[in-house]
Design a binder for this molecule. Structure first.
Ligand SMILES: [Zn+2]
Length: 160
């Protein structure tokens, strides 16, 4: 445990010292910018690389074919590629029905599908909500505002 801690801490500490040498008085601003870059990279990488490592795209089971057709209609209406609507594998004991937009991919949890299976309009409404986030570039704007906020805050900290 201690060895792992030391092995992880030393490179991070050396990196911080190097960044301080490179940036001088702009260290705080540099870390806010670095944090923003890392956040942007993770936001972009998550649906493309990280999420596929832990989940797999599922086809809609036959009994949910009507749901799939309704969702395709809604997706087509706003120009969203249905291939990017993932039915997410989840564990049987996972009771959390959820849907989310991850970058340009919409994730629909299987528990959500099961819980609302008799009410297709509810699933369509939930996915329409996520499509609204996608259509209005909310993930992108969230990153922009977050980055701007962090840079402004970093500049503010440099004043003191
Ligand atoms: Zn939302």
């Amino acid at each position: 445990m201690l060895l792992e801690y030391v092995l992880l801490t030393i490179p991070v500490f050396m990196f911080i010292v190097k960044v301080q040498q490179w940036t001088g008085d702009y260290l705080v601003l540099a870390f806010f910018c670095l944090t923003s870059v890392v956040k942007g990279a993770v936001t972009w990488l998550y649906p493309r690389v990280i999420h596929p490592l832990t989940a797999s795209k599922q086809r809609f089971p036959e009994k949910y074919r009507r749901v799939e057709e309704e969702l395709k209609t809604v997706c087509d209406k706003v120009g969203f590629n249905m291939e990017k609507l993932w039915l997410e594998q989840s564990y049987d004991y996972d009771m959390h029905g959820n849907a989310a937009l991850a970058s340009d991919t919409i994730l629909l949890g299987k528990p959500m599908l099961k819980q609302h299976a008799d009410h297709v309009d509810e699933i369509v409404a939930i996915i329409a909500h996520e499509l609204g986030h996608w259509k209005e570039y909310h993930v992108f704007w969230h990153c922009v505002v977050d980055t701007a906020y962090m840079v402004v805050f970093g500049c503010f900290l440099m004043l003191f």
